[in-house]
Design a protein around this ligand. Sequence first.
Ligand SMILES: [Zn+2]
Length: 139
Amino acid sequence: MIVMTTKEIDTLVHEEVLGFCVHEWETMESVGPDVSFGEWLHTCEKCEAARTSTGHDLSPISGLVPAYSRDIAVAWSVLLHFVEIGFGVRVDQPFDNGRWRAEVYSKCRQPFSSPLFGEGDTAPQAICKVALLRAGVPV
Ligand SMILES: [Zn+2]
């Protein structure tokens, strides 16, 4: 078992499961007519993304990822991703010890396809675990 921080888990879910970039914004140039009130163009150091802002410094929002492993609302979006690509999902609390279990399973009942489970102290943790397993990330 690999011990990861919540930030590491959230980053892996964002990039490896959902395919998003954890942007690292770099300020490129002012694109406004007047520098003092102008818009600034920023590009991500890791992908081709670009955005503008009226503020010069986007470093406070570089590297931000949703709290998949701590917030059930964003963890739910991970389950919906698997639903959209054709999997079935299930979240329950089947144990007497209070731990949660999340399952992502193939809807076509292939004889040798076993469902994947993730377990956690909270439902978001269980969802992140099964999502990473389904994406082939060892957890
Ligand atoms: Zn990026």
